[in-house]
Ligand binder design. Structure first.
Ligand code: PMP
Ligand code: GLN
Length: 391
């Protein structure tokens, strides 16, 4: 093997857990509640707009910041849902999924030696992007089962090298929705220390018991926040990889410089389709939320019946369960990676070990994440399979 096989800075991120768990589901013919993707495609009118565009164009490189009408639709969406005004020409950027928006934001803002604060459990790409930038991740632990913000911990992680805070609300993998009070406390720290907040809000339309609050909408935050959205999540077309961000011009431009050397542009025929999605009526957004809420309740109750200790989930399409009691009674491994590796064989179900979202792994060792963005009969099948663990 060539000796330059791997960038040592990426070593801690050596596992591609979502892809591996999906491959395991295919191999073992398991019900896949691991990687977060819906098993039903999004609205037909959105798909039809993409099909028309593939046949009739646009199919060539879009403008670097994205097609003007999609940028306008992103700005209209922010106005409609959050009463926030963004200039579609200078304050919106279309990206290759939220994944690229996050990466370009980190690369556009962070230099070697800078520090970036994330909340742990941390969605996997944040740490990898921070490492790729040569920056250092500092984590603030959100403790199960309530995952309340420890503001003193956040304050203690800020120093002169801190460049940004990456926030994710609603939060993957916990399903936590940061409260107005918590967001205000984070905003105060950002303002006091002149930090940028990179706010990953891809699950903005999946908040079940409260309201989604963009941190950019808080006083003093608009000028220092990059807010990220995803068509994969909001319109159930995860394979299209269309995302967007809104930010004040200087921040949007800094991210765009990095973005041009990642993908330059992407998804020309999907961009007009995503504009159709963003302009769908309230019925669409309400039923996306209500359907997922019913699935959350169904899977949560089913897993609890099987012996899992199911933690509360206020948003996203994930729920977390503590495996300790079930593992003991069903003779399963009690640590999440081993548990999730055994589950396909023992029960024909795939889930994601929450341990992988933690640097301090012990904190997530008894927790497993299940995706509930699946057909009712698939969730039913998963519950009955897991129920058989005791037999
Ligand atoms: N952020 C979070 C928190 C996610 O869960 C995901 C994907 N599941 C992404 C970003 C990436 O979104 P996209 O597929 O649009 O790149
Ligand atoms: N974000 C999705 C999840 O959390 C997966 C995306 C991916 O596979 N990278 O499951």
């Amino acid at each position: 093997m060539p000796k330059g096989l791997r960038n040592p800075r990426l070593k801690p991120f050596g596992t591609t857990v979502f892809a591996e768990m999906s491959a395991l589901a295919v191999k073992t013919k398991s019900v896949n509640l691991g990687q977060g993707f819906p098993d039903t495609d999004g609205p037909p009118e959105v798909a039809r707009a993409a099909a028309d565009a593939v046949l009739n164009g646009p199919n060539q490189y879009p403008p670097l910041p994205g097609q003007p009408d999609l940028r306008l639709a992103v700005a209209e969406h922010a106005q409609r849902f959050y009463n926030m005004a963004f200039d579609p020409d200078t304050e919106v950027l279309i990206t290759a999924g939220a994944t690229e928006a996050i990466a370009a934001a980190v690369f556009g803002l962070c230099d070697h030696g800078d520090e970036v604060i994330t909340f742990e459990p941390t969605y996997d790409s944040y740490g990898a992007n921070i490492a790729m930038a040569g920056a250092t991740k500092r984590v603030v632990l959100l403790d199960a089962p309530n995952y309340d913000l420890d503001i003193e911990d956040l304050k203690s992680k800020v120093n002169a090298r801190t460049q940004a805070i990456i926030l994710n609300t609603p939060h993957n993998p916990t399903g936590k929705v940061f409260s107005a009070d918590e967001l205000t406390q984070i905003a105060d720290v950002a303002i006091q220390h002149d930090l940028v907040v990179i706010s990953d809000e891809v699950y903005e339309h999946m908040v079940f018991d409260s309201q989604h609050i963009p941190i950019a909408s808080l006083p003093g935050m608009r000028d220092r926040t990059i807010t990220i959205g995803s068509a994969g999540k909001s319109f159930s077309f995860t394979g299209w990889k269309v995302g967007w961000l809104t930010a004040p011009k200087p921040l949007r431009d800094a991210v765009m410089v990095a973005k041009q050397f990642l993908t330059f542009v992407n998804a020309a025929p999907f961009q007009p389709a995503v504009a159709v999605g963003l302009r769908l009526g309230d019925d669409y957004y309400n039923s996306l939320r209500d359907d997922l809420k019913a699935k959350r309740d169904f899977l949560g109750a089913g897993l609890a019946e099987c012996g899992f200790d199911v933690l509360p989930t206020e948003g996203t399409y994930f729920l977390t369960a503590d495996i300790t009691n079930l593992a003991a009674s069903a003779n399963m491994p009690s640590t999440s990676i081993e548990f999730c590796m055994a589950l396909p064989e023992r029960a024909g179900v795939v889930a994601v070990p929450s341990e992988v979202f933690y640097e301090t792994r012990a904190a997530g060792r008894s927790l497993v994440r299940f995706a509930f963005c699946k057909k009712d009969e698939v969730l039913q099948e998963a519950v009955s399979r897991v129920g058989a663990l005791h037999r």
